[in-house]
Ligand binder design. Structure first.
Ligand code: NI
Length: 195
């Protein structure tokens, strides 16, 4: 998928085709998602041990943010919560949350495609991923779940799992694409408050 959030996955569809209200919702959602340069994006998230109402609220918030931001996946790390949970678009109307996710099988076939990321706005870059993976973990109530995924959803969960380990697509792309992306990401000015 190429168009994404960019994450191609995480992340997004064509923003220019959204109506004004959807664009406003997208901007509000993106403002709540941690952006490149935020150190939390480089930290490893911790396993969850309790499946409580806080977790259900977190998952509901992440699902709404992903939807509003027009993404196809979102990891808790991206909202500043270092817990191992992400949401992803498994099918057209099927958003799934996975807690303590693990890839238990990886198919041999690899494919390179452009990915974007809701935390790296304005850039996409080629990333090689497994075409087929098996993902296991828990649902937000603690029940075991297992998904055999192929194509876009498989790419999305590999991207989101990376977020939980502090890995970004910048670490997964080729040197030239990384440099080009950094040239776009780095110049963001920091607005200081005047005394
Ligand atoms: Ni991302």
């Amino acid at each position: 998928m190429a168009d994404v959030e960019g994450e191609v996955i995480e992340e997004s569809e064509e923003a220019e085709e959204l109506d004004a209200e959807a664009q406003a919702r997208r901007r509000l959602a993106l403002a709540q998602i941690r952006q490149y340069g935020d150190p939390v994006l480089r930290m490893r998230a911790r396993e969850l041990t309790s499946f409580d109402e806080d977790l259900e609220r977190l998952v509901a918030r992440m699902t709404q943010l992903m939807h509003d931001a027009r993404g196809v996946g979102l990891a808790a790390t991206q909202v500043g919560i270092l817990q191992r949970v992400f949401v992803f678009q498994k099918g057209e109307d099927d958003v799934v949350a996975v807690v303590n996710p693990e890839l238990t099988e990886r198919g041999r076939e690899l494919e390179t495609d452009d990915e974007g990321c809701l935390s790296l706005q304005g850039v996409t870059m080629p990333v090689e991923r497994h075409v087929r993976v098996t993902l296991e973990g828990r649902d937000p109530r603690g029940k075991d779940v297992r998904f055999e995924l192929e194509g876009h959803p498989a790419r999305a969960v590999q991207h989101e799992l990376d977020h939980l380990d502090g890995t970004l697509i910048l670490d997964r792309t080729d040197e030239q694409s990384r440099k080009a992306a950094l040239a776009v990401l780095r110049p963001r000015p920091i607005l200081a408050a005047t005394p």
